[in-house]
Design a protein. Sequence first.
Length: 275
Amino acid sequence: MNKTWLVTGSSSGIGKALVEQLLERGDRVAATLRKTQALKDLAERYPEQLWLAQLDVNDAEAIRKVVKQAFTEWGRIDVVVSSAGYALFGAAEEVSDEQIKQQLQTNLVGSIQVIRACLPFLREQGGGRVLQVSSEGGQLAYPNFSLYHASKWAIEGFVESVAQEVAPFGIEFTLVEPGPTRTNFGAALVSPPQMAVYDKTPAGDVRRAVASGEFALTGDPVKMAKAMLAVADVQPAPKRLLLGSGAYERVHAALTERLAALEAQQEVARSTEID
């Protein structure tokens, strides 16, 4: 059965691949992006299925306006995909105050506001599904991506909480966690001026790996979009959808290490209760 989707950040990468696949199978899509020209070819090929709107997720009022228009014009939206975002790439003391603000505003606050704007409509229509694009970086961390990780770990906590709040209304969430993907990720990195003091540190190692191509981008955005399309039909909605074999291995190792550390502190944790 065909569905109606709302997809933010649809101009490139996984978002665009998802929109293309949805249109090909006959679904309707309300796609938002900062420059609508990026999907002009799709709009011409699918004039009855594709609804485009310009949107910068840093503008909360614009988010509310566009979301209202999308739900009003389509009548019902079954699946919301919040995928707008980017990565700030630099050691914590290198990045500027403005860059920190922009990273968190886009990846975290923007995603929060998209979800908040959609909830009343999803609730009134009796339910729906939200796919929030996070990252393997929502469960582990690399040097030089500290602010990006801050945004992803935070949106995961937000979604975990909101999912419990709105479950009685039939609204379900899945956190989508791609590993490094062969998109324009590297070119889209925002980087502050580098401090030479970090050259011979783990931060410097990651910089060189990204610059040389050793930081492997093995994920296929088309296959990842296909997996996202499929998970929207899974009942009940899984809390997370991890994408990429490398991502699976790294997250598995990170969670195993964290669980071992937790178990080692069991005695201390229990010793702090009131007698």
